[in-house]
Design a protein around this ligand. Structure first.
Ligand SMILES: *Cc1c(COP(=O)(O)O)cnc(C)c1O
Length: 413
């Protein structure tokens, strides 16, 4: 029976490939024009790069945007200008990419992990207040997978405790909360344009804000501490060269024109998959969350229950599903606090106090998501047709039928 599975030589359910990135001659020409111009650098942060910053700020409905080399540096710039001092605590989720948390350490802060909501896998707003101390300075809600965090609750807590809110919107270009673009709700919103992200130039980042003072400082930090009123070799802030290039800026500008159509497609497909997968025993799509009006599905996440798949462990299920042609992934193997960075701290060149220990940190919901539950379908697959979504559901049913009919299923290695 197992031989019916594509993983074991059977026919593949989904034959189609899902390309990413998507581009045409427009992108090629835009970059070629920059190449021909010979203006490859951008030491003044003006011209094409500034034009894209303004375009992106306008798209989001924010006053200011500062571009930079990636979505980690953008987070760090935001943390620094929010006034983080050595030893200040920042509340973060454990179910996110390392950059959300490593940038806190790089900004000399102390990450404090708060568990995720089992319905959405976003920071559980009901658990934040218990983690606040006199040292807490900021919260980083990550709009994980492109799904809005519970921002009313988070902003309310932040307001009452005088905390800064830096949205990690690396997954969330074009997604909305109560009709407002993610990234515009907190003090600053950070985006990544890394190659897997929904808006990409291979690498790149952006941070948006409505606060002129935060903007001015971030723009300076990104450009070796220069200020517009200063001279070329006047350096006012402890910044570095984190500048985006004009080639990236024009590529992003071309890609931005595609974003709304792509976002709508992913959101529609997400709603359809929610319906299709809810009908399969042992498969539970994440809920649509709190106040979310557009979900851009950088990932489509569902919960997998091995009990309905003859005990088949998640990782084996994901291997089978990938072999059936569904672009999917098992996700993070562990919550971030389990990483050697936090457990061993064998190379700590920042101000993380020795007294800080993550040995006893436990976030049960994140642990369960990593180990047993969470399966990710990747964003480029969410750009498929409605028929493709039907085929994804079919692939899951096929695996279920086959493993249920098998006496023995392969156990985790
Ligand atoms: C990708 C990502 C980042 C960092 O972006 P880079 O551009 O790769 O530095 C930050 N946070 C999250 C949640 C991400 O997925």
């Amino acid at each position: 029976m197992l031989s019916q599975l594509a993983l074991h030589g059977g026919p593949k359910t989904v034959q189609k490939l899902f390309p990413w990135p998507i581009f045409d001659e427009g992108e090629v020409e835009a970059v070629a024009d920059v190449v021909r111009s010979g203006q490859w650098g951008n030491p003044d942060c003006t011209g094409l790069v500034e034009a894209f910053e303004q375009e992106f700020a306008k798209y989001c409905g924010a006053k200011y945007a500062v571009s930079c080399v990636n979505g980690s540096v953008s987070l760090r710039l935001a943390l620094i200008v929010c006034g983080l001092q050595p030893g200040d605590e920042v509340i973060v989720p454990p179910y996110t990419f390392i950059a959300t948390v490593s940038t806190v350490i790089e900004a000399n802060g102390v990450p404090v992990f708060v568990d995720i909501d089992p319905e959405t896998y976003n920071l559980d707003a009901t658990k934040i207040e218990a983690a606040i101390t006199s040292r807490t300075k900021a919260i980083i809600p990550v709009h994980f997978a492109g799904q809005a965090c519970d921002m009313d609750a988070i902003l309310d807590i932040a307001g009452r405790h005088k905390l800064r809110v830096i949205e990690d919107a690396a997954h969330a270009h074009g997604a909305e909360y109560k009709g407002r673009k993610l990234g515009t709700l907190g003090d600053a919103g950070s985006f990544s344009f890394q190659s897997s992200k929904n808006l990409t130039s291979g690498e790149g980042g952006m941070v948006i804000t409505n606060d002129p003072e935060l903007y001015r400082k971030m723009a300076s930090l990104r450009n070796v501490g220069r200020l517009p009123e200063g001279q070329w070799y006047d350096h006012f802030l402890p910044g570095c060269n984190y500048r985006l290039t004009p080639m990236q800026a024009v590529l992003l500008s071309s890609q931005l024109k595609r974003l709304d159509d792509q976002t709508r497609r992913r959101d529609d497909n997400g709603l359809l998959l929610n319906e299709l997968l809810s009908e399969i025993e042992g498969i539970t799509p994440l809920s649509r969350g709190h106040g979310e009006t557009v979900h851009c599905h950088h990932l489509y996440i569902f919960k997998y229950d091995p009990a309905h798949f003859n005990g088949l462990p998640k990782n084996e299920f994901v291997d089978m599903l990938a072999a059936e042609g569904v672009p999917c992934f098992r996700g993070y193997p562990h919550p971030l606090y389990k990483q050697p960075l936090f457990q061993e701290k064998f190379f700590m060149c920042y101000a993380l106090p020795d007294s800080v220990s993550y040995a006893d940190t436990v976030c049960p919901v994140a642990e369960q998501a990593c180990a047993e539950e969470a399966v990710w379908i990747l964003q480029h697959a969410m750009l498929g047709t409605a028929e493709d979504m039907v085929a994804f559901a079919k692939a899951i049913r096929k695996i279920q039928t086959v493993v249920r009919a098998s006496e023995k299923v392969p156990k985790s290695v």
